[in-house]
Design a protein around this ligand. Sequence first.
Ligand code: GAR
Length: 215
Amino acid sequence: MEQSHYHIVVLISGGGTNLQALIDASKSSNYKISAVISNKPGAFGLQRAKRSNIPSLTIDHQSFDSRGNFDQALGDAIEEIGPNLIVLAGFMRVLGTDFVNRFEGRVLNIHPSLLPKYPGINTHQRAIDAGDKEHGVSVHFVTADLDGGPVIVQESVPILKNDTREALAARVLEKEHVVYPKVVSWFASGRLHMEAGKVILDHEEISPTGVFIHP
Ligand code: GAR
């Protein structure tokens, strides 16, 4: 029997450990993954989808002559699937304004930094190089502002003496895997939405840096 009617599509570009965490959590949560879409052929996350009998497809950005055409094709594919929510999980393409407006308030992203610090790439090394004492993860709504949409939650980890980028990334990933399924389930239960660019959780506007959650 179908247990959940809240459907998400997960967009990936790579290994898909966050996808795996979402798959694992979905078995006892209130959402279902309808499809996985990768912009990279051969992304390992596609195999994770297959292993769990989740339909998947690749829309290779390199086979489009413009960013706009890729976004259009991606949006059309998503619309055909018809999910309630689009979940970016290690999806490394920037989505243009048209895409973002088309699905306004229905796109979440996970980013490995304590936003607004370190948008973009190479966040772990940048945090180490800056001499920061802590680093972490943010989940936010996607807007036209790159990694700049309203933050829903953050979770921090310490940066240790002599930390390496790899060790720090692994420490952050561990948090990502807990935080992301939790936020998706909030969304699926109707507790969370975006209103006039602000995050509303349980009918209250939350702080601009999001809620710190401690699993
Ligand atoms: C994760 O750390 C995710 O936060 C990051 O890519 C990694 C993907 O890992 N996303 C971004 O940097 C987006 N700007 P995964 O494929 O194992 O989930």
